[in-house]
Design a protein around this ligand. Structure first.
Ligand SMILES: Cc1cc2nc3c(=O)[nH]c(=O)nc-3n(C[C@H](O)[C@H](O)[C@H](O)COP(=O)(O)OP(=O)(O)OC[C@H]3O[C@@H](n4cnc5c(N)ncnc54)[C@H](O)[C@@H]3O)c2cc1C
Length: 291
């Protein structure tokens, strides 16, 4: 009992005590509150990460659940997903199941575990973006744009946003561009169990005319570094035939292009082998032939 109390006290001291839980009623209200309290305030998505770990300076949580951010809409521009939408909702949406072969719907219904997926939000995964996160690199591969609110709305590529995050800015939602809907989305994560986090994550979006590849986005994460796009590997595929020779060439060069390293989970050498395996798995996905 004493040990448990000490544990709780230590954790509170480490994370800081929350003294206010503020229910924002609009984006304007949430942003104004955050500006007033910076850096002592944080927006709440599903709260999964904020409960486990948060900056000790944070004393106020700003709840966004009344700001109208729980939506999925399809339009001529593409599919827009509000930042308060949970992974479970994303995984069950009929339009997302059809988008780029349904890779996003499939994986948002499988990573972590079911009761966590009911809580984890799109805004929360982007807001935290752990290096081993699976959703962010997949969205980057799909060419997602992020819609932000900082007093006014603006939109930018998610790939650019995660490079230079802007504290205090509200993630309103993401847009999956209509132009990529017919391409093929692919995700491969190397884990010891299905519920484990990725030792290496690989996501791709490939367009083809059936014989030749016409566009490709290749993203690695959990290297153990953050999600990064690899245009040099994409160049190895674009304009080339959908053949074993093409993928074998890219698999050969990929371990020298993707920056991997060692951590408690795996050595850099092991990750280099995983990089090669990731490309061969993409080949199998694109050609239907296992190597
Ligand atoms: C046991 C466990 C297993 C997991 N396994 C996986 C896995 O396999 N794959 C995977 O990808 N992830 C996994 N996750 C990680 C999970 O995706 C992250 O913890 C995610 O950040 C939680 O989302 P949330 O909505 O609960 O975030 P929150 O805890 O609510 O927020 C996270 C951060 O984002 C900020 N934020 C939230 N919403 C917004 C917004 N709209 N605008 C601006 N900032 C915002 C918050 O202020 C905070 O800094 C796992 C987590 C746990 C606990």
């Amino acid at each position: 009992m004493i040990r448990m109390t000490i544990g709780i006290v230590c954790k509170e001291a480490l994370m800081g005590r929350i003294t206010e839980y503020y229910h924002a009623t609009s984006l304007e209200d949430a942003f104004a509150k955050a500006q007033q309290l910076r850096p002592a305030a944080a927006y709440v998505g599903g709260g999964v990460e904020l409960i486990l770990r948060r900056n000790p300076e944070i004393t106020t949580l700003i709840d966004l659940s009344r700001c109208g951010l729980d939506y999925i809409t399809a339009s001529r521009e593409g599919i827009e997903i509000g930042s308060q939408t949970t992974l479970t909702t994303v995984s069950r949406n009929a339009d997302i199941k059809k988008y780029a072969g349904g890779s996003l719907a499939w994986w948002t219904g499988r990573i972590a575990q079911n009761n966590l997926r009911d809580m984890i939000t799109v805004g929360g995964v982007i807001g935290r973006n752990q290096p081993w996160n699976d959703v962010v690199p997949h969205l980057v591969a799909l060419g997602a744009q992020v819609r932000l609110f900082d007093g006014a709305e603006r939109i930018m590529p998610l790939a650019g946003y995660i490079e230079a995050k802007q504290p205090g800015v509200i993630i309103k939602g993401i847009l999956l561009p209509a132009g990529n809907a017919g391409s093929s989305g692919f995700l491969w994560r190397f884990t010891r169990t299905l519920q484990d986090i990725s030792t290496l994550h690989f996501s791709a979006l490939v367009s083809s005319d059936g014989k030749f590849m016409t566009a490709a986005n290749l993203v690695f994460a959990g290297r153990p570094g953050h999600a990064a796009l690899y245009p040099r590997l994409s160049e190895g595929l674009v304009g080339k035939s959908l053949s074993h020779e093409t993928f074998a060439r890219v698999a050969e060069m990929a371990p020298d292009v993707v920056e991997v390293g060692s951590d408690l989970r795996a050595t850099g050498e092991f990750r280099r082998e995983l990089v090669r395996a990731a490309i061969l798995n993409l080949e199998e996905h694109m050609t239907g032939v296992a190597q």
